[in-house]
Design a protein. Structure first.
Length: 168
């Protein structure tokens, strides 16, 4: 396999934003996944709407969308993009898993028509949603674990389609 050249560095080794001027505008989509693990009692509080800060998943959904939209504000080399869609979804696994924890699996699908992809926006959306869940529930459970944030798939652009094989 040929060695890949890192695109965010100039000839002097200094950081730069990639110039996408000559890239074609294409439909682009990225899906990222992640999870937050918590005590089963915390999950029950979420499900019963008993978290004092409000509807945890509704707020996390809005936070994930906002995170996608604000990605270039926190990731230095990301281009500001006009996002055409952000869809957040949450899947509850009451478990408990082998650690005795329940899990909320988080998915973000981000779309645009542009000259660069939306992988970072999807990853930021998932991370922001998970952090929001932690923030809203930390009074009940400081032991929550955020993990397995990864790119599941992307399409569009010069590099074409990517789909992760297997589970993380």
């Amino acid at each position: 396999m040929a060695e890949e050249k890192l695109t965010h560095f100039d000839e002097s080794g200094r950081a730069k934003m990639v110039d996408v001027t000559e890239k074609g505008v294409t439909a682009r989509e990225a899906v990222a996944l992640g999870s937050i693990h918590m005590k089963p009692e915390t999950m029950k509080l979420i499900q019963r709407g008993e978290i004092k800060k409000g509807d945890v998943l509704a707020v996390a959904q809005v936070a994930g969308i906002m995170g996608a939209k604000r990605t270039p504000d926190i990731i230095p080399m990301c281009h500001p993009l006009l996002l055409t869609g952000v869809k957040m979804s949450f899947n509850i696994d009451e478990g408990p898993d082998k650690r005795g924890l329940s899990t909320i699996n988080i998915s973000a699908c981000v779309k645009t028509k542009g000259q660069t992809g939306v992988e970072m926006e999807a990853l930021t959306a998932v991370s922001t949603a998970a952090l929001t869940i932690y923030d809203m529930c930390k009074a009940a459970d400081k032991d929550m674990i955020i993990g397995n944030v990864y790119l599941q798939s992307k399409r569009g652009g010069k590099s074409g389609e990517y789909r992760r094989d297997g589970a993380v």
